[in-house]
Write a protein of this length. Structure first.
Length: 237
């Protein structure tokens, strides 16, 4: 397989089946009603969002995969931006209004400068209350040229497995063999925490003047870097 073919196969941009096309414009006021958006959130929508389209509905009747209680359907929302990027609180507001897992395609620019970014959170039912949904942090691809070739829909046995396969493409750490999506996301969060600790230790080291203290901080920094490497190494178990 060539580099171009590999890039297309693993692209976060997906060519969704035409049968799954929904194409319904979602009015902002409907989102406000179902999410309880405050004035600050409404201002963000007005400033940053041109239009929201419920672009695709991935469901048993549209892609012939069985539903699971955890993932009955997956929705694909297309958001045309007014701004150069989108505040995550806008996405959280939409996720709060729609009771299904969602993946977002953000679009900015026009013509040859048009770009697209995929964004998603791991949205799962609360173990304490199945009527509530719990969100992880958001994961995003880079901004990509809008016209690049898209990957086919990943092969999966059911809607839950499809949802995970789509999210795996957005998560910055490589998936370890046998690792669940929840465990991978927990490792990503641990790595981010450890990365911040490395940055703080490096900053302290740069500012410290006393030699003995510099030796101590440097030893701590080496240990933190080693612990970070253990988290990001895909081959570790």
């Amino acid at each position: 397989m060539s580099a171009a073919e590999r890039a297309k196969t693993h692209s976060p941009l997906i060519s969704y089946p035409q049968k799954a096309a929904f194409g319904r414009v979602l009015p902002k006021n409907k989102i406000y009603e179902h999410s309880g958006a405050n004035n600050r959130l409404k201002d963000l929508f007005v400033e940053q969002v041109e239009q929201i389209v419920w672009q695709y509905k991935l469901a048993p009747e549209t892609i012939n995969l069985p539903a699971r209680a955890s993932v009955p359907e997956v929705q694909i929302f297309s958001i045309q931006l007014k701004a150069t990027d989108l505040h995550q609180d806008v996405l959280r507001c939409i996720d709060a209004a729609v009771q299904f897992p969602i993946l977002f395609e953000l679009h900015r620019g026009q013509g040859e400068r048009a770009q697209t970014k995929m964004v998603g959170t791991y949205k799962r039912r609360s173990e304490a209350d199945a009527s509530r949904w719990v969100l992880s942090g958001y994961f995003a691809s880079d901004w990509l040229p809008a016209g690049i070739p898209r990957a086919p829909l990943p092969l999966a046995l059911d809607m839950a497995a499809l949802y995970e396969a789509l999210l795996f493409r957005l998560i910055p750490l490589a998936h370890r063999s046998g690792e669940s999506l929840a465990d991978l996301i927990a490792r990503v969060e641990q790595a981010e925490t450890k990365r911040r600790e490395v940055e703080k230790a490096a900053s302290r080291l740069a500012k410290e003047k006393q030699f003995n203290r510099k030796v101590q901080i440097n030893a701590t920094l080496r240990m933190l870097k080693y612990e970070l490497e253990q988290l990001v190494d895909q081959e570790r178990t």
